[in-house]
Design a protein around this ligand. Structure first.
Ligand code: SF4
Ligand code: SF4
Length: 148
């Protein structure tokens, strides 16, 4: 009887993965490029439909990834060391899930083989996000869409 080999995300730690494996964990949801609001008293984190100025919501990609820190100094680079500590990341994010000992969700493209499964699962951001430079900070609260 043939026994299927386990996939890399079940056998390697985040730190052991190759760059290609690491990159393939990103499901392309785009939710780490949204503005979030943090209630420091309750710890609650709220997601808005306002996107980072470098984010293209139609392609769900950063438009200047290599140079992003020049333009968005507070953009956070995910690493095997910080993936667990970034509590504001969406609970669906593969990096956060694996760092916390969870598996990939069954809609993850590495499991379905189809990048569109992220949209079908309702995890991807809307293509109609508001760019941050089109909204006043004072109005961010009115753009909350869900709790993280
Ligand atoms: S939240 Fe995680 S899975 Fe989604 S785009 Fe960001 S890094 Fe990728
Ligand atoms: S700089 Fe790029 S990667 Fe960072 S939050 Fe903005 S769009 Fe996302």
């Amino acid at each position: 009887m043939a026994v299927a080999a386990k996939p890399f995300w079940e056998t390697k730690s985040l730190a052991e993965m190759t760059d290609t494996e690491w990159e393939s964990l990103c499901d392309g949801c785009g939710r780490c490029c949204l503005y979030i609001l943090h209630n420091e008293e309750t710890g609650d984190i709220f997601e808005t439909d306002v996107g980072c100025k470098l984010f293209d919501p139609k392609k769900r990609r950063c438009t200047n990834y290599d140079d992003r820190f020049k333009h968005v100094p507070d953009c956070v680079k995910l690493t095997p060391e910080n993936a667990d500590a970034l509590s504001w990341m969406p609970k669906t994010c593969a990096y956060r899930r694996l760092a916390r000992g969870k598996g990939l969700p069954d809609w993850h493209p590495l499991i379905t083989g189809d990048p569109k499964s992220v949209e079908r699962a309702g995890v991807a951001v809307s293509p109609d996000l508001i760019p941050e430079n089109e909204i006043d900070d004072a109005l961010l609260e009115s753009r909350i869409t869900r709790t993280r």
